[in-house]
Design a protein around this ligand. Structure first.
Ligand code: ZN
Length: 240
């Protein structure tokens, strides 16, 4: 692969070490013969999720899985101001109707950086686990935002990237179901045990759906999805 060409069936997955991006990684590995991953440090309180990434990659154990990239945006994001995602302040709803965990511009930066890496690596598809079905209301997770970013990076880098968002229209129960369809009980177990979603970085409290504080917005979404999926009688619903 050269820097100046794109290979059709190759992908770069935005991989944070959470449930959604792990499901996206499994989705990409099921489709494309060459898949690389990228993760971002941005001073997130739950930096523990970055430590989850390599064990998850190893648990995926696919010959299709290529190199991992880590980009440090800590100084960039910190320089833009405080949010509850990056500072030790209470998580609450703001006047705008968005939780104060919203980091303005974060996903726009992530997609731009991912496209820059994909450009250098000759990768065509950029896969992100964003979703506007069962989410915190972040406007940069919406389908229109991602479609606009695809247009922007394709124009700005003169490439033909395809930004793919397999979870966009799935709720959290359907995301668990997708993981089961892709990798059966083994993948569901990797997600329960090894992925991290909790905004507070809690990896001491173990629930049926995995580790977390159980009360932050991210834990609540993950727990409610698990409960709806298991209530529907899925094949992997033992309480663990
Ligand atoms: Zn939590």
């Amino acid at each position: 692969m050269t820097q100046h060409s794109q290979t059709e069936d190759t992908a770069l997955v935005l991989f944070s070490g959470g449930q959604d991006s792990t499901t996206c990684l499994a989705w990409a590995l099921a489709r494309y013969p060459h898949v690389e991953t990228v993760g971002f440090r941005y001073g997130q309180r739950h930096a523990v999720e970055m430590d989850c990434r390599e064990p998850i990659r190893q648990a995926m154990a696919s010959p299709r899985l290529g190199m991992d990239h880590v980009v440090d945006l800590t100084a960039t994001i910190a320089g833009l101001g405080e949010t509850a995602m990056t500072a030790d302040i209470a998580i609450e709803m703001g006047q705008s109707g968005l939780p104060n965990t919203f980091v303005p511009g974060r996903n726009l930066l992530f997609l731009t950086c991912a496209a820059a890496i994909a450009y250098r690596r000759g990768l065509r598809r950029i896969v992100a686990g964003v979703c506007e079905t069962d989410y915190s209301g972040y406007p940069d997770c919406r389908d229109d935002t991602v479609k606009a970013m695809q247009l922007a990076v394709n124009l700005g880098m003169e490439r033909r990237f395809v930004l793919e968002t397999p979870l966009m229209w799935l709720d959290k129960a359907a995301t668990w179901a997708l993981a089961f369809d892709l990798g059966g009980a083994a993948l569901v177990e990797v997600i329960r045990e090894r992925t991290h979603t909790c905004y507070l970085g809690d990896r001491t409290n173990r629930h049926a759906w995995g580790f977390g504080c159980g009360t932050c917005p991210a834990c609540q979404l993950r727990a409610q999805g698990w409960e709806r999926w298991t209530a529907a009688g899925n094949p992997s619903s033992d309480p663990g």
